[in-house]
Design a protein around this ligand. Structure first.
Ligand code: C5P
Length: 230
């Protein structure tokens, strides 16, 4: 039986938020944002351990109390220059723990509103899959390509388009090899696709938002307070 691990890349600076504090440490509902992200993963009994990839010069992690998560939470000080590099470094550091066929759920530190229902659905639908899969939502809005002059250059056909979220769930060896072969991707599925595979799409919803801009924090706080999970 394959085991399951989570890997949270948290070595970004969050420059689109503005300000000095990396976005994973911004206050959200009385805790740093990443606390909620780690809490969602640690609460899932099927996940054996949660690895979090920090920047080697992270000055914030040590200021908070992570003891509520006990020994299941494992910080790794091996963040890289890009998300793909941080994930790849994290996978390398997990080598003594994760077996080739174990599952790794890679989840953005900046997605604090992952619900237990979304997580359970991903695990249920991907757990028997040969390739792996991701949470995603069908695109709802009409999409425009910027013409570069402040005007619309083109309308992009939206049918069949999905927005990729995380967690993205793949087997340890497949994911590690895929990210060693290509770093020019913005998510794990992109690396798996580059190997010729077709990861599964598991329908999620927009409450699993990635906190990117300052107003997203208020939305995230509202979701955490109103979704009825304890
Ligand atoms: O910047 P963006 O929101 O796309 O980052 C997605 C996730 O990747 C965040 O959790 C961020 O901390 C992480 N990241 C990282 N190492 C980097 C850049 C981003 O772990 N060099």
């Amino acid at each position: 039986m394959s085991r399951k691990f989570a890997l949270v890349p948290a070595a970004g600076s969050g420059s689109r938020m503005g300000g000095e504090c990396p976005k994973q440490y911004l206050p959200l509902a009385g805790r740093p944002l990443i606390f909620h992200t780690l809490d969602a993963l640690c609460r899932c009994a099927e996940i054996e351990a949660v690895f979090v990839v920090l920047a080697p010069d992270d000055r914030h992690w040590g200021s908070y109390d992570w003891s509520p998560f006990g020994s299941r939470l494992k910080p790794l000080w091996c963040g890289g220059a890009s998300r793909a590099e941080s994930v790849s470094n994290g996978l390398a550091a997990m080598a003594g723990t994760a077996g080739d066929d174990d599952w790794v759920l890679v989840h953005d530190a900046a997605r604090p509103c992952l619900s237990q229902a979304q997580l359970a659905r991903l695990i249920r639908e991907v757990g028997e899959d040969a390739v792996g899969g991701i949470l995603a939502v069908p695109v709802a809005d009409t999409l425009k390509r910027d013409g570069g002059d402040g005007r619309i250059g083109a309308t992009v056909e939206r049918s069949g388009l999905w927005q990729a979220q995380t967690p993205q769930m793949f087997r340890y060896r497949l994911l590690r090899r895929a990210l060693e072969a290509t770093r020019a991707v913005t998510d794990e599925a992109g690396a798996i696709e580059a190997q010729g595979h077709r990861p599964r799409l598991v329908a999620a919803d927009i409450t699993n938002l990635k906190v990117t801009y300052p107003q997203d924090l208020q939305l995230a706080a509202w979701i955490l307070a109103n979704r009825g999970e304890t």
